[in-house]
Design a protein around this ligand. Structure first.
Ligand code: ADP
Ligand code: MG
Length: 406
C-alpha cells in the first residue's frame, strides 16, 4: 500500500464549489496509484456557520467561562460536520469514502482538554479500510483519551492529525492543502511581494511556525521529521507545485540551493509584553532564580530572557501579563511592564556563521526608525522585540533587506 495523507483546511472544504476541487485532488492521487487518507478541518473561517470560532461563540453565549471539557465537545461538532459532508461528496462522485472521528481513527491522547497531546495511534481500522479500497475521511483536531473522553489538539491541530496518521501509516507523503500556493517568505497578508518557496527544511519551517507563521502547526512538522516523511504544502485552489518540506540542507533541489539562502522567511508573533525587574547587582542570581521559578510554578512561559547584574528582563504573552506582574508583586518584585509588543524574526538555515547578518538586521530597522526593545538569536534565526505599531514596517523592511521580496 502506497499511502498519501491529504489534509484539507477550513477554506478548502467551506462550500460545494471548493469541495469539488478537493474531489479532484483525491482522484488525482488515486490515478497515480496511491491510497489516499483524507483529513479535514471544520468548514470555513470565523463568522461562517459551522466554523470552530462560531461554535465557540455559541458555547460562550451560554457561559463565557465554559468548562474546557464541554468546549471540546462543541468544537468536535465542527470537524464531524465537515467529515460527513466531505465523505458524502466523495461518495456522490463514486468513491467509497468512510468518515471517522479522531477516536475511530485510533488517535489516543492525554486528558488535557483543548490542548491534548497524542500519546499513540492505533492505525488498524484505517489500514483495513485502505486495504479494502476505501477512502477514510478523518476528522482532524480530534482525539480520545484511554477512558473515552473527547479531546481536541489545540488550534491548527488538524495538521497534527495528518502528520500523526502519516507517521503511523508510514505514508509516502503528507499533503497539507490550504488557501495559499505554499510556504512563503512571509505571510502574504502582511507582505504583498512575499514569494513561494520551492523547498524548505523541517528545521526552518518549525522555527517559522513557532515564531508565528500560522501556515502549518509546528507539532505536525516535528512528527513528520521524526519519521522522515516529506510534507507538501499546496493550494486546493490551484495546480501550483507547492512547497516541499524535507530534511534537505544542501545540494540542488529544483533550482534552489538551500544552504546558499541566508534568510528563508520573516515572521512575527503578536500580543507580547515585556517585563523588567531591577534588583541589587549582588542579588541578581538569587532574584532571577526566584523570578523564573515563580513563573514556572504559575505555568507562565517566558521568552526573550536577558539577565544582567542588576536587571532581569523577559517577555510573556499579553494574555497572562497581568497575572505574571501580580504574582511578582506578591513576592516583592516590582516589574516595569511594556505592553503591546511584537517579536519579529528572520529565519534561515544558511545564516549559521555568516558574518554581518546581525548588522543587516539592525540596519533594516534603524533606517525605518524602528526602536528595538530587545533581541535574541540562535544559529538559524534572529528576533527583535518591537512595539505593536512598528511590526508591519519591521517585517516589510527585514523581508526587503534580506532579499526575499519578489
Ligand atoms: P488552513 O485553514 O488551511 O489550515 P491557515 O489559515 O491555518 O489555513 O493557514 C494558511 C494561512 O497562513 C494563509 O492564508 C496565510 O495568511 C498564513 N501564513 C502565515 N505565514 C505564512 C507563510 N510564511 N507562508 C504562507 N502562508 C502564511
Ligand atoms: Mg491551519
Amino acid at each position: 500500500m502506497r499511502i498519501i495523507v491529504q489534509k484539507f483546511g477550513g477554506t478548502s472544504v467551506a462550500n460545494e464549489e471548493v469541495r469539488k476541487l478537493v474531489v479532484r485532488k483525491v482522484e488525482k492521487v488515486r490515478e497515480q496509484g496511491y491510497s489516499p487518507v483524507v483529513v479535514v478541518s471544520a468548514m470555513g473561517r470565523k463568522g461562517e456557520n459551522y466554523a470552530t470560532d462560531t461554535l465557540i461563540g455559541l458555547a460562550r453565549s451560554a457561559n463565557k467561562n465554559i468548562a474546557a471539557r464541554e468546549l471540546d465537545h462543541i468544537m468536535y461538532c465542527g470537524e464531524m460536520i465537515s467529515a460527513v459532508i466531505m465523505a458524502s461528496t466523495l461518495q456522490a462522485s463514486g468513491m467509497d469514502a468512510v468518515m471517522l472521528t479522531g477516536g475511530q481513527a485510533g488517535i489516543i491522547t492525554d486528558d488535557q482538554f483543548n490542548r491534548a497531546r497524542i500519546l499513540k495511534i492505533d492505525p488498524k481500522r484505517i489500514s483495513s479500510l485502505v486495504k479494502a479500497g476505501k477512502i477514510p475521511v478523518v476528522c482532524g483536531f480530534q482525539g480520545v483519551t484511554a477512558d473515552g473522553e473527547f479531546t481536541t489538539l489545540g488550534r491548527g491541530g488538524s495538521d497534527t492529525t495528518a502528520a500523526a496518521l502519516g507517521a503511523a501509516l508510514m505514508a509516502e507523503m503528507i499533503e497539507i492543502y490550504t488557501d495559499v500556493d505554499g510556504i512563503m517568505t512571509a505571510d502574504p497578508r502582511m507582505v504583498t511581494n512575499a514569494q513561494i518557496l520551492d523547498c524548505i527544511s523541517y528545521g526552518e519551517v518549525c522555527q517559522l511556525a513557532h515564531q508565528g507563521a500560522k501556515v502549518i502547526h509546528p507539532r505536525a512538522v516535528e512528527i513528520a521529521m521524526q519519521k522522515n516523511i516529506p510534507l507538501m504544502v499546496k493550494s486546493t485552489f490551484s495546480d501550483e507545485p507547492g512547497t516541499l518540506i524535507t530534511n534537505i540542507s544542501e545540494g540542488d533541489h529544483g533550482g534552489t540551493i538551500v544552504t546558499d539562502r541566508i534568510a528563508t522567511g520573516v515572521t512575527c508573533l503578536n500580543n507580547i509584553a515585556q517585563l523588567r525587574i531591577d534588583v541589587y547587582p549582588e542579588e541578581s542570581c538569587t532574584a532571577s532564580f526566584e523570578v523564573f521559578k515563580l513563573m514556572a510554578d504559575n505555568h507562565i512561559s517566558v521568552d526573550l530572557i536577558n539577565v544582567h547584574p542588576g536587571q532581569i528582563m523577559f517577555t510573556v504573552s499579553g494574555e497572562v501579563v497581568e497575572r505574571a506582574a501580580a504574582e511578582l508583586q506578591r513576592h516583592g518584585y516590582q516589574a516595569a511592564v511594556t505592553y503591546d509588543c511584537a517579536k519579529v524574526s528572520v529565519v534561515g538555515g544558511g545564516m549559521r556563521e555568516v558574518p554581518g547578518v546581525m548588522a543587516n538586521f539592525v540596519e533594516a530597522l534603524a533606517v525605518k526608525h524602528i526602536p528595538i526593545l530587545q533581541t535574541v538569536d540562535s544559529h538559524t534565526s534572529i528576533s527583535a522585540l518591537v512595539k505593536k505599531e512598528d511590526v508591519q514596517a519591521a517585517v516589510t523592511a527585514l523581508h526587503e533587506k534580506f532579499g526575499l521580496a519578489g
